[in-house]
Design a protein around this ligand. Structure first.
Ligand code: A3P
Length: 307
């Protein structure tokens, strides 16, 4: 099946998710060719759920012995986190899959992808690698996606999407890598079935309790923070280095491009939780929740703070 795309003209329903033709091709190439190592770290998410932030945090945590988070030439001060943590479907298996040089990546290698759990390459499923997923309130992710898509459309002088039109497609699951819930549930189930291999995080919890969540991530990656590191301010330095305010103000994120055709500034909008209430009236919210079938689906998700 085919439907209207958001930024690209069309989406295709392939392996149970919606995406552009380029992503379908890249997914096939990734599934055929990618060889995972046990030391690899995979950062997974739906678009607009905090991928840029997660990439920065994990890069800073996993590479802290090589790059001190308080050093003033830390790579995160000069490169966007999408440059430091390449995406399978854009940077590696996108347009020129033979061009990517894996030998330049130092261990642990860190990769990003929006591809749903069941469509990850067999070598990932069969290895002892680590997978970290970031999830977000679906309404906030939707508002963020709507702004992001419209920014890209306007920068190409193309017509933008109305909120209503975009929301209708979103509720039908017709958005990049949608439907929302099957994406969440695939990774959620993996985190329950194999807790040492897959970790499920929430943007809201990361915002509310950043230090606690950072310790959880480091523990999960088998590189817990030592007492000396904690008392020496290493965790605080990572939080500061990766904070929304700090990242948004960097020259590379104001004026650079990590992915072809997308300016880095579009990855930094408000960085808050609950912004969606500014777009839907209170009466409307109830109606919208109904549309996303939250009640049915939340039964399968944990009833924790933030959702
Ligand atoms: P908003 O549009 O709600 O502001 P992704 O990285 O998956 O594309 O998600 C982008 C969303 O994460 C945007 O949300 C963006 O502002 C927010 N974001 C980017 N960097 C962040 C950071 N360092 N801390 C918190 N949120 C961040």
């Amino acid at each position: 099946p085919k439907c209207k795309g958001w930024v690209k003209p069309h989406f295709y329903f392939f392996q149970n998710f919606w995406s552009s033709q380029n992503i379908v091709k890249a997914t096939i190439s990734f599934q055929k060719n990618f060889q995972a190592k046990d030391t690899d770290i995979f950062l997974t998410s739906l678009p607009k759920t905090g991928t840029t932030w997660l990439k920065a945090l994990i890069f800073a945590i996993a590479k802290r012995n090589r790059f001190n988070p308080s050093q003033n030439d830390h790579p995160l001060l000069n490169y966007n986190s999408h440059t430091l943590v390449p995406f399978f479907e854009f940077d590696i298996y996108g347009d020129n899959p033979n061009d990517f040089d894996f030998s330049t990546l130092l261990e642990p290698r860190i990769f990003g992808t929006h591809i749903p759990f069941p469509s990850l390459s067999h070598s990932i499923h069969n290895s002892n690698c680590k997978i970290i997923y970031i999830s977000r309130n679906p309404f906030d992710a939707f508002i963020s996606l709507w702004h992001f898509s419209n920014n890209i459309l306007s920068s190409r002088s193309l017509p933008t999407l109305t909120l209503e039109e975009a929301f209708e497609r979103y509720c039908e699951g017709m958005h990049p890598y949608g439907p929302f819930w099957s994406h969440q549930l695939g990774y959620w189930k993996a985190s329950k079935d194999t807790p040492n291999k897959a970790l499920f995080l929430k943007y809201e919890e990361l915002k509310a309790n950043t230090k606690f969540e950072l310790k959880k991530m480091a523990q999960f990656l088998d590189c817990p923070f030592s007492e000396e590191e904690e008392s020496g301010g290493v965790i605080d330095s990572i939080i500061e280095l990766c904070s929304f305010k700090k990242m948004k103000e960097l020259e590379i994120n104001k004026n650079g491009k990590a992915l072809e055709n997308v300016e880095n500034k579009h990855y930094f909008r408000k960085g808050e939780t609950g912004d969606w209430v500014n777009y839907f009236s209170p009466d409307h919210c109830e109606e919208e929740e109904e549309k996303l079938r939250l009640e049915d689906l939340l039964q399968s998700l944990p009833k924790e703070k933030g959702w």
